[in-house]
Design a protein around this ligand. Sequence first.
Ligand code: FES
Ligand SMILES: [Fe+2]
Length: 444
Amino acid sequence: MGNLMREYWIPALPSSEFPVPDGLPKRMRLLGENLVMFRDSQGRLGALEEYCPHRGASLYFGRNEEGGLRCAYHGWKFDITGECLDTPTEPVERREKFCAKIKAKAYPCHEVNHMIWIYMGTRKEPPPFPAFEINTLPADRVGPQRIMGEEANYLQNMEGDLDSAHLDWVHRRLQEDSPKPEKGIRGFWNPTGVSPVLDVVPTEYGAYYSAKRILQDGSEWHRVNQFIFPFHTMITTGDGMINLRSFVPVDDEFTMLISLYANPAGPLPTNFVTGDEFWAEVGGYVERTNDPRTYFLTKANKRNDYGRDLKVQEETMFCGIPFVGNLQDRAMTELMTNGKGEPIYDRQWQLENIPVITGQNAPGEGFFYPAGTGFLTLPLAALSYRNGQLLWLAMLIGVVVLGTRALVRMNCEHAKTATWMAIAGFVLLSASIRWGSSMRALMK
Ligand code: FES
Ligand SMILES: [Fe+2]
């Protein structure tokens, strides 16, 4: 799975972590591998394996100077591509030749709209850079990131994001008109209390689904979410914004949820709250150490029950944990198992559905990335794709039964009816297929 993930561009750290050229290098950990990242004299980003190819000293202590990172132990120096620029411990006359044989392990970085992405795979040419809106829209339409450290496996966290049914519970308010709690947002309300029905459509990039709820006036409310290989989701925001959520594995036990917003219609609202400010309501981040696993941990965490407020739980919200970011989700998914201690998500399905990686193509070649997501409200009279299929099946059974009877009895009237039913069934089948395609077209 780790090798598979390496074939994708991975969002790593915000640009703001490296404010100036030749600034201090920073430790990072991705897919269980320790890295050192730095911005060189030309402002370019580099990501090197943390340990120096000479004797394995940590390059984190290196000096970032004149186009490269110089190891503090014996002074060997490497640029952002891993090329060796200097080995001062070798005699001057053979230094150049010697240097040419040495290479640090380096991963290409790409910086766009406040974020630095890394390609950690083995291809000489990295795959196409993912064309998400947050990467392709002008910078003034893309918000600085909101990042949350999660103390659980990425899959445990991501599967919670793709589970629409939990909205009706952990995020809900107690009554339709329950007031907004002091911290966080007001909460979800399902007017009928009936659980959603999910309709999933597999795609080349992963899958999307509609979570259908019936409203009181009988219309259907579709909440449409995306899952994009290998660890992204796009969940409905409801305010016209695009929200890409990347569950980046730091290692098997730690994840960064990097949430990036974009406004396809114009510049971001001036009051858009980002980064550190966003977590202020729940106390902000813990003081970070030099360990990347502490970089984005919020003060509300599993050691203090995520700031649960029992009064809020009694009076306004189903769960007393403030609804900030996805703190409520995090409280649940960080401790969640399927009873056997395994994630609920079907990993096998994911592995079997990534032909672009197992074949010759690089991820992103030959398939598109989804364009956002959204709410749809549809009249009840419209047949859903699945209902259409069921109806068609019922018609088919009718045709078979009546046709058989007609044959047995040699009854001309029954034969006529069966013919009409067959025609009607065919028409309904076409309509349901057409409906399915238009749902897909809407999502694209
Ligand atoms: S260990 Fe880095 S130069 Fe020797
Ligand atoms: Fe949630």
